[in-house]
Design a protein around this ligand. Sequence first.
Ligand SMILES: [Zn+2]
Ligand SMILES: [Zn+2]
Length: 256
Amino acid sequence: MKIEVLGCSGGMGQGEFTTCLRINDQLLIDAGSGLGNLTQQQMLAIKSVFITHAHLDHICFLPMLLDNLFEQLSMPIEVFALPEVLQALKTHVFNWHIWPDFTQLPSSESAVLNFNPIQQGESKTLHDLQIAPIKAQHVVPACGYSVIDGQGRVFCFSGDTLFDEKVSYAYNQIGPIQVLMLECAFPNRLEEIARKSHHLTPKSLSIFIASLNLLPEELWITHLKPSLHDEIVDELQQLNLPLKLVFLKSGQTFFL
Ligand SMILES: [Zn+2]
Ligand SMILES: [Zn+2]
């Protein structure tokens, strides 16, 4: 499985782009500003987009993607998300006020955007990958995703979440995970804000890791706020977690 980190920042700035992962060229997880790093040709190869939740940093370039490709698409872009997330996109983004409703363009029979609800406990097999939502606890309806390739390699991404027993239980049902990608938006001193906004800190992330029955081979860290980046990295390194820590940067490509 090829995973490209198009964006992994909790903010913006030169070289910083928000969450967007491209897997095996055809599939995206989230459509943050990192999506804008692709060429037109690379965008045309995208067939499916899985959205973790409707917060702007995870969806902001989805409307632009459809606009960019509109004249060239012969098949719709398939967007997968929890039903509540799709409803939020319909109501608040693709509503003709903020952006055209591409599920009706050029016509409802041959639209370039197709919404596909996906529920917890369900999985989709697309492009030789099996993708399933994972429990997340955020301030809006949200999920993470597990992605399993033909060789049985397992990649999991938390999306935005806090840690609790239900989240931990969900990850312990998956079995061995090669790579776990967790957000860590705030340093420990901002624990209160992290709790209110339902994000992880190094401290809650370490409790999350300790709750896992099996440790992943690698832990990828994402969604650090640019202004807090070094502080969060220091705190995570001081934890001496018993696995390989990778601090993601936009533009990285990994082969699992
Ligand atoms: Zn969020
Ligand atoms: Zn976010």
